[in-house]
Design a protein around this ligand. Structure first.
Ligand code: FE2
Length: 435
């Protein structure tokens, strides 16, 4: 099925939770036609009523650290601080081959879950920039199938790490796609502000977007996102600036949070929440009640600030779990952010599709005629069913060619000598089918 010329015909497919069944024609890697089902249509794929969505987006992951969990020693406490210590012990072992092998494996895991758009932060606090050089090679290798963006990320700080300013600039010169930062990790508030300012100066010099790890702490006095908003406005960078994590927003007083969310919306900033890592790493200094370690997703969305959700870690020193499933990430976002209203669940799915695409500034993204055919086809009829059942896509299509496929998910089990449904797939309208 499918071929190198990127031609593919799909029938009995839905293109939205409220959509009827349509047929889709793809030619030369682009979506040529989305139309009503016709008897005479000869298809390569019969989606049997499943849901087609644009390729899922992981707008925030650390591929250089992926799959390093446990070596040279495991994170016994599971805390952020021990994670940083363990990563520091792992870094001397980094070689280009090691980074390439792990990153490619983690990308394959993503692709199997329908994720073809990935923004990876890359630690540049290394005099040799080994991980960045390796991931630039990976970016070129996967380009036909996967859009991989690399953020120059100063894990150990810009101003509290030897030659930090030179290293992050060198990373931009080598070809990083976005400038990162970590203001809350600098030693002083003043250096934190310089950290943000330096990122914007580099962004202007290299004509690149900004994506800063900002206020990833429970400290309610950590307030660097406001500086990002001011500079986004001053530099005229609306739509090009992302604040990642921003967990301190969960601890701010309501009056300050209200003001901050207003200025983020006004400045045209974006936010990426990372619910998997943050729900386990934050709140560690609390006894009870414990904070959830999440930014104010519901309120940001209500104010019109695009919120994407990232996987952040896949089996690394900070988070020993993870599989590349962005559906699991969106499901966790729904739980931790209490986003279970009907429209809110749709917004959670949006956080791993269209909002993620906005954070990555992808232009050719969506299921519309003329767009590049980067798609995932699930054997569930709605996005809510996808969030509930967390299936792998049956087919993953990149540029019109099938790049991954998974057998249909088992929705029936043998019980008392009879196969019975265990998933209750709802019809979009009408009564439930309980057979
Ligand atoms: Fe991160």
């Amino acid at each position: 099925m499918g071929n190198a010329s990127g031609a593919l015909r799909i029938k009995n497919v839905r293109v939205g939770s409220d959509s009827g069944l349509v047929q889709v024609t793809i030619e030369q890697g682009k979506i040529m036609q989305v139309g009503r089902a016709q008897e005479s249509f000869v298809a390569d794929i019969d989606a049997e009523g499943g849901l087609m969505v644009p390729a899922l987006v992981d707008a925030h992951v650390h591929l250089d650290a992926a799959l390093t969990e446990g070596f040279p020693s495991p994170n016994h406490s599971g805390t952020l601080i021990e994670g940083i210590e363990r990563w520091g012990q792992r870094k001397p072992y980094l070689t280009e081959e090691d980074v390439i092998a792990r990153a490619e494996e983690a990308i394959r895991w993503h692709v199997g879950h329908g994720v073809l758009k990935i923004r990876s932060h890359v630690d540049i606090c290394d005099p040799d920039l080994t991980a960045l050089r390796a991931l630039i090679k990976v970016r070129e290798k996967v380009r036909p199938w996967v859009t991989l963006q690399l953020v120059a990320f100063p894990q150990d700080g810009i101003f509290c790490f030897p030659d930090g300013p030179l290293l992050i600039e060198e990373a931009m010169r080598l070809g990083a796609d976005a400038v990162g930062g970590i203001p809350h990790y600098e030693w002083t508030r003043e250096d934190g502000i310089r950290d943000v300012e330096y990122a914007f100066q580099l962004a202007a010099r290299y004509h690149k977007p900004v994506d800063i790890h900002c206020d990833e702490t429970d400290d309610d006095q950590s307030r660097f996102v406001e500086t990002m908003a001011k500079l986004t406005s001053q530099y005229g960078m609306a739509g090009q600036v992302t604040a990642s994590h921003t967990t301190a927003m969960g601890s701010y007083n309501d009056a300050y949070a209200f003001k901050l969310i207003r200025i983020l919306a006004q400045a045209g900033m974006l936010v990426v929440a990372n619910p998997l890592d943050n729900v386990v790493l934050q709140g560690r200094f609390d006894t009870y009640p414990k904070r959830r370690g999440m930014t104010r997703v519901k309120e940001l969305m209500a104010a019109g600030v695009p919120v994407a959700a990232g996987h952040d870690s896949i089996m690394d020193p900070w988070y020993p779990l993870g599989s590349g499933s962005q559906l699991f990430v969106a499901s966790m976002l729904a739980h931790v952010g209490q986003l279970t209203g009907t429209e809110e669940l749709k917004a959670c799915f949006d956080s791993i599709t269209y909002a993620g695409a906005k954070a990555m500034q992808l232009r050719d993204y969506g299921i519309e005629e003329g767009m590049r055919a980067d798609l995932a086809i699930f054997d569930v009829p709605t996005t809510t069913d996808a969030l509930r059942l967390l299936p792998r896509p049956r087919w993953v299509v990149a540029g019109g060619s099938i790049v991954a496929s998974t057998p249909p998910s088992a929705t029936k089990v043998l019980w008392d000598g009879e196969y019975r449904s265990v998933s209750y797939l709802r019809a979009p309208q009408g009564p439930p089918n309980l057979q």
